[in-house]
Design a protein around this ligand. Sequence first.
Ligand SMILES: NC(=O)c1ccc[n+]([C@@H]2O[C@H](COP(=O)([O-])OP(=O)(O)OC[C@H]3O[C@@H](n4cnc5c(N)ncnc54)[C@H](OP(=O)(O)O)[C@@H]3O)[C@@H](O)[C@H]2O)c1
Length: 248
Amino acid sequence: MIAVITGATGDIGREFVSKLTGEVDQVWAVGRNEEKLAALREEYGDKILAIKADLSSAEDILSLCRRIQSDRPEIKYLVNNAGVARMAPVSEFSLEEISCMLDINDKAAAMICRAALPCMTEDSYILNVASASAFQPNPYITLYSAGKAFLLSFSRSLNAENKGITCTAVCPGWVDTQMLPRHSKGKEIRYPGMVSAAKVVDAALKDSRRGKDVSVCSFYYRYMRFLSKVMPHSLEMKLWVRGIKKYI
Ligand SMILES: NC(=O)c1ccc[n+]([C@@H]2O[C@H](COP(=O)([O-])OP(=O)(O)OC[C@H]3O[C@@H](n4cnc5c(N)ncnc54)[C@H](OP(=O)(O)O)[C@@H]3O)[C@@H](O)[C@H]2O)c1
């Protein structure tokens, strides 16, 4: 019985590795950086099967999916956690950058889910790490936010399609990880309601075991989710832009 974790070398990914290694026989740790993968092997030994894959590459995504399909391991947990973000207007992205971001944040997750489904039983879990930015459109993180909205919608539908296999969209707000820039335009960036990676992962695993299709780990962002349902998105976008204006 195994866990497959993408972005296993990142801050949230390593928390998933740490929480799940005790529960499964092996963790397929997927990452693009050999040194970081080797560090995981050093820490957890044979429990880690390191798989090098750049999820912005169609070839690497397919080869990971084909490996799952040919080895047919019993997958207890699939965690699609790899992700990239950049705060900038869409006009400043190159075409290649847009393609890479959508491939890593969305295409890879959808394809790995598809490949993994036949290897899962009624007691298996898929956790797709989306974001609270999926709850409404967010200008200047437009591509990231829209991509996470895809993942949220995809996860909830997948959960409904597959009775027994729980699929949860993990939607934290700001998380204290290396993904977040700390300064912009000479100013220190403030992240309201920021939580630790450990808190996100604890809540995500608890919520998925309870059969929830969405996990939001803090009261602050549960409230934000509520607001996104009752407040016009045009107003939410104005407030968001006002809050981040000084950083862009
Ligand atoms: N931090 C936040 O505030 C926040 C909030 C909501 C949701 N999230 C989501 O949480 C997830 C994990 O992010 P994190 O905060 O833990 O940041 P992180 O530490 O930067 O982790 C990101 C992970 O994605 C991997 N990755 C990036 N590009 C890749 C590629 N081309 N191929 C394969 N793997 C790739 C990274 O690999 P390397 O180690 O090689 O860089 C890393 O393992 C992401 O999906 C992110 O969108 C984060």
